[in-house]
Design a protein around this ligand. Sequence first.
Ligand code: OGA
Ligand code: NI
Length: 344
Amino acid sequence: MANAKLLLSDLASSIDCVPSRYVRPVNDRPNLDEVQSSLDGSIPLIDLQDLHGPSRSHVIKQIAEACQIDGFFRVKNHGIPESVIHGMLSITKEFFHLPESERLKNYSDDPLKTMRLSTSFNVKTEQVSNWRDFLRLYCYPLEDYIQEWPSNPPSFREVVAEYCKEARKLALLLLEAISESLGLERNHIDKALGKHSQQMALNYYPPCPQPELTFGLPGHADPNALTILLQDDVPGLQVLKDGKWVAIHPIPNTFIVNIGDQIQVLSNDCYKSAVHRAVVNCQKERISIPTFYCPSPDAVIGPAPGLVDHGHPALYRKFTYSEYFGKFWNRGLATQSCLDMFKT
Ligand code: OGA
Ligand code: NI
């Protein structure tokens, strides 16, 4: 049984061509040349420093515009110390460089597990695999989950916990600003998310011998409320903008923020849950670390009453986040979004 590896990273280093289960149909490939030639379409860079001063309303307006148009923006002066960012990226690399037997202690293909190392997206339901391994962690409330996290590398829990706390502070700041930008009470989204939940993925994309045939992650919208993405210095993220894929280049010490499906629903479609994807390359491994800020499983989500009136009927029915999340994983990223399943 050659190639009977659970994880891609343990297979990728020993092959010169992409195994057939990773090869996408011809009409569903990255078209790397096409994207590289349309490099211009960058996303707005918003300075969060100004949220704390007299220019707050200006920043709120920038956020509103970005969320309406693309559902994507970049932030600087976000308050997360450089050392914490650096520590998080380093420990992730260390984790994925551990011996296979050590990493595999964390393996599971059950999407509902609160801690698991896995590969691709959902190996149980998908037709074509993706060029990615990932460690998925629930991280709020921290004390409920930290004990199940990997204990190797030895400082893993401490370093990741520190990052999670900082990412949560940033998420709360952004959720207030986003509520305000919708004309809602500052704490509207905070309340709508119930007890809140926070998850993260540590994504590891090994170098790929034929990056034109496969995806790290195919086009999708995130099911959560808000995503805060930390990435290393290797490009790979692309955003769908006016029907075209645009490469988003890494800028050190900034984060990419994107609206997820729950805020699209809460905003009654004022804001867009942006479709994005990750491509791979033949030279360098890439690490990305999205924080998925979410409602708690029992929170009931629906369009904010303040955004619904005669002229703007509710576009979605109410649902619990656990119902939404279950549907998201079962569908195996075969369609870009599962919002349609909840439309009125
Ligand atoms: C994700 C995701 C993008 C990236 O994990 O949901 O979109 O750049 N990742 O890895
Ligand atoms: Ni995503």
